[in-house]
Write a protein that binds this ligand. Structure first.
Ligand code: HEC
Ligand code: HEC
Length: 210
């Protein structure tokens, strides 16, 4: 049989697979976000009482990666990670598919960045560590750098940032073999010499206004 005879069948198979991969319904990111409001706030500004961080205006690939990590168990599945477990339950029950994760991520990325909350007192120690270490990836004003996969951390709450730094340091976050972005951040935590350095650099990051 001439090789070209396979052409149409091959094409039909690809067309079928592509059609099958598309969602059977139009994903409405705004409607999906309504399910997140109780914890993350109507403007995606974060709600201290729920432990849910500000997510408005974070870049879409970062948001999608985190939602996938929660859904797949790379984030939020370790014993003792109660806040992560809450979000993992939300990611698995409120979002049905990759299409949903993409749709809600696009909507949240398009929300105006929230007004930063009240920050802790800052000092030179925090600023120096930030400028020496963190700014290279997260940006000089903590605005984030999507090309490096480093999210905005400016204006995020102190309790949330401290918890994430501790999670990276302890391996609750970023320790999965395939998690190359998390691995970078995990390596960074070893550059902070002590608890005071961590506390001060977090206070400084939270105080930044991009
Ligand atoms: C029941 C409360 C709750 C609901 C509902 C909820 N979240 Fe969360 N979410 C959290 C908590 C708590 C965290 C912080 C987890 C941690 O500390 O690691 C979080 C973290 C996140 C993060 C990680 C942010 C970052 O900077 O890494 C994203 C993204 C996120 N949520 C998106 C969503 C979306 C989208 C929805 C709606 C589909 C949603 N969440 C619904 C509680 C919730
Ligand atoms: C080599 C690049 C790099 C450097 C330097 C770096 N980070 Fe990160 N950071 C990242 C990446 C990449 C992520 C996203 C990890 C992921 O996808 O889970 C991240 C994530 C974070 C998060 C989690 C944010 C969230 O919304 O959940 C915090 C907090 C953080 N970094 C703080 C810091 C601090 C503080 C410093 C300086 C001491 C620092 N980072 C230096 C690359 C870096």
């Amino acid at each position: 049989m001439p090789r070209s005879d396979h052409g149409p069948a091959w094409f039909a198979l690809v067309a079928f697979v592509v059609a099958g991969a598309a969602p059977a319904y139009a994903v409405d990111g705004k409607a999906l976000y309504a399910k997140c409001v109780a914890c993350h706030g109507a403007r995606g500004e974060g709600v201290a009482a729920t432990g849910a961080p500000a997510i408005a205006g974070l870049d879409a690939p970062y948001l999608e990666r985190q939602l996938q990590a929660f859904a797949g168990g790379a984030r939020g599945a370790k014993p003792g990670d109660t806040f992560g477990a809450t979000m993992r339950a939300s990611a698995t029950t409120l979002l049905a598919s990759e299409a949903d994760r993409k749709g809600v991520a696009a909507f949240v990325a398009g929300m105006p960045a929230p007004l930063p909350g009240t920050a802790a007192a800052t000092n030179d120690n925090g600023r120096n560590y930030f400028n020496a270490i963190c700014g290279a990836c997260h940006g000089g004003k903590g605005q984030g750098n999507a090309a490096l996969g480093a999210p905005r951390i400016a204006g995020q709450s102190v309790p949330y940032l401290s918890r994430q730094l501790a999670a990276f340091a302890g391996g609750t976050r970023g320790a999965q073999p395939a998690d190359r972005y998390g691995a970078q951040m995990r390596a960074v935590t070893a550059m902070l010499p002590d608890a005071a350095a961590a506390r001060d650099v977090i206070a400084y990051a939270a105080s930044l206004r991009p």
